[in-house]
Ligand binder design. Structure first.
Ligand SMILES: NC(=O)c1ccc[n+]([C@@H]2O[C@H](COP(=O)([O-])OP(=O)(O)OC[C@H]3O[C@@H](n4cnc5c(N)ncnc54)[C@H](OP(=O)(O)O)[C@@H]3O)[C@@H](O)[C@H]2O)c1
Length: 265
């Protein structure tokens, strides 16, 4: 099993790396780990190699840097061939308000990381994965979206917009990749216990531990799900949210608590 994971230095990405290393222990698992914090990636690599004899390569980079991602992909492909699975998981979330001029930079960072980061993560692999798929090797691209992309959440315009864009982008990609035999899976998490949600001061229904979520994510990936909300209870919430007319959404969401602002520099 060969997996390339972005946003692997904490939270869901780190838990996914653990899950793949554990699940494929003894079968020769190779994991590419991407994030900006090199020390966190190195610690994870050491742990996975020690605990599960996984082979890990770290790529400390920013997913906004298309050139760096191309170089990382090229290194991975040269060393190990086409990955079976590429998971574009890196993402950021911060409260934003359009009326605040100082939030313009946060809007840009969130859109660049959460949307263009997906494109830059997948693009350098498509050619080689297309060939691998033609030769009978499973090839799958996975994007981590969010429930927040289902409707616009007040106080999180940048994040909601980025995840709505991610959902639509991944759907376009899924249909494009049909011709190449490359599966595309969109995972829209509800609340998962990670550093991203640790700062929230409001109730998070059905919140799930990252390790349990990661096992469910990998199950969904292996089942080649096209679009899945995890945990499943939030899947029903998402279906309901989609059905609600704008006037009712406005009424229900008008006093919703806002995501805290964080520094994205
Ligand atoms: N936790 C939830 O409840 C939840 C719900 C829905 C969706 N999600 C999505 O799940 C994904 C993972 O989130 P998480 O909860 O695990 O958050 P997290 O613990 O904050 O992890 C985010 C990861 O993304 C990486 N990252 C952020 N910006 C990056 C950049 N510019 N370049 C490279 N890596 C970058 C971070 O590493 P560095 O800082 O080291 O770069 C970190 O590894 C995100 O896309 C998030 O939107 C999470």
């Amino acid at each position: 099993m060969k997996v390339f994971i972005t946003g692997a230095s904490s939270g869901i990405g780190e838990a996914l790396a653990h899950e793949y290393a554990k699940r494929y222990q003894g079968e020769g698992v190779i994991i590419g780990l991407v994030a900006r914090r090199a020390s966190h990636l190195q610690a994870l690599k050491d742990t996975l190699e020690r605990q599960y004899s996984a082979q890990c390569v770290i790529y400390p980079l920013d997913v906004r840097d298309a050139v760096a991602l191309t170089q990382a992909a090229s290194h991975f492909i040269t060393q190990f061939g086409a990955p079976n699975v590429v998971i574009a998981n890196a993402g950021v979330s911060s409260g934003t308000l359009t009326e605040n001029v100082e939030d313009a930079a946060a809007f840009k960072a969130v859109m660049d990381i959460n949307v263009l980061g997906l494109v830059y993560s997948f693009q350098p692999f498509i050619h080689v994965m297309r060939e691998a798929s033609g030769a009978g090797q499973p090839a799958q691209l996975v994007g981590i979206a969010s429930m927040a992309g289902v409707r616009g959440l007040p106080g999180a315009g940048a994040y909601s917009a980025s995840k709505a864009a991610a959902i639509a982008y991944l759907e376009s990609l899924r249909v494009e990749m049909l011709h190449y035999g490359i599966t595309v899976t969109t995972i829209a998490p509800g609340y998962i216990r990670t550093p991203m949600t640790a700062i929230n001061r409001y109730r998070m229904p059905f919140i799930m531990a990252a390790n349990i979520a990661a096992a469910k994510f990998v199950n969904a990936i292996e089942a080649k799900r096209r679009f899945v909300v995890i945990p499943w209870q939030m899947g029903w919430v998402a279906r309901l949210m989609r059905l609600i007319p704008p006037v009712l959404w406005d009424f229900l969401a008008r006093n919703a608590p806002h995501k805290p602002r964080i520094n994205l520099d």
